[in-house]
Design a binder for this molecule. Structure first.
Ligand code: PDD
Length: 275
């Protein structure tokens, strides 16, 4: 089943207009919720971020948060006790193509669940990454549908035989193409501050909480690409990749070129939350 403009429908009933501003302008936002054994993980945090994204791009939706949450629960209940993710996107709606936003326009919502398991082999052994220029706009905190820089960066990583592209803006490491990035140096975890230059990941929030409860020093502080290359450990996090160690960047080894002890400690604590 699909959630289509607030109603649960079969796929055949979904008809996207060629006038949808999402299609013309990427004028919309999205959210990826993780499902573990039929339960939404960090549901409220994702909902809050979704409504924040809507607010930031001035899309006024006809569904209040409470009603939408109930619909998402229905959708997930139909999905069953599986592992997967829930994708929700809301575009501004249909209108003849003009850059300005019509005074009256009805947002269009699509939501669905997809079976999915985390990339366990990558989480166990680590991945290679490349660095790329962060050519994105200055509103990266909004989970907008405009993902062209992200998809191109990720494609570049793939063509280089790597699994993630790490954005670097003016020498400062921001985040991955679809993940947040953390380094560990001398026992301290460091990640870019949650400002307009990164998406504040829900997994990032969970990592911060875990670090606190495990007594691992955690700093939200920008760092240079040289500090990235010189880190003891590097990891990326996201709802779909959980905590994935990065063991080489731009073909150079990071630390011992194996997932490090703090990465392992965070992974173990994370597993206890989702098991
Ligand atoms: N992306 N930064 C960017 C640019 C992202 O696209 C994502 C997630 C994250 C991590 O956010 P979270 O921990 O809330 O998943 C950080 C999703 C998974 C996607 O686009 O598919």
């Amino acid at each position: 089943m699909f959630l289509w403009n607030g109603e649960l429908v079969e796929e055949e009933e979904i008809q996207v207009s060629h006038k949808d501003r999402g299609y013309y302008f990427g004028d919309g936002i999205y959210e990826v919720f993780r499902i573990y054994k039929g339960k939404l993980f960090e549901k409220q945090a994702h909902l809050t971020r979704m409504y924040q994204s809507l607010h930031n791009v001035k899309i006024k939706v006809q569904w209040d948060e409470h009603a939408l949450a109930a619909k998402l629960d229905e959708l997930v209940a139909l999905f069953g006790e599986h592992d997967g993710y829930l994708y929700v996107q809301i575009t501004r709606g249909e209108a003849p193509r003009t850059h300005t936003i019509p005074d009256v326009i009805t947002p269009v919502m699509l939501g669905y669940c997809e079976a999915y398991t985390s990339p366990y082999s990558q989480m166990e052994h680590g991945i290679a990454a490349i660095t790329v220029d962060d050519i994105r706009w200055h509103h990266c905190h909004i989970k907008s549908l405009n993902l062209l820089p992200n998809t191109l960066a990720r494609q570049q990583a793939k063509e280089s035989g790597a699994d993630e592209a790490i954005f670097v803006r003016d020498g400062i490491v921001t985040e991955g193409s679809s993940s947040n990035l953390f380094i560990v140096k001398n026992g301290v975890i460091r990640t870019h501050p949650a400002n307009h230059l990164i998406l504040e990941g829900i997994t990032r929030q969970v990592i911060e909480r875990i670090a606190k409860s495990e007594g691992i020093p955690f700093e939200s502080k920008a760092f240079h690409v040289e500090e990235l290359m010189d880190a003891d450990e590097v990891m990326i996090t996201s709802s779909t990749r959980e905590i994935t160690p990065v063991i080489s960047i731009d073909m150079k080894p990071i630390g011992s070129e194996k997932p490090g002890p703090i990465t392992r400690q965070l992974q173990a604590a994370f597993n206890r939350l989702v098991d």
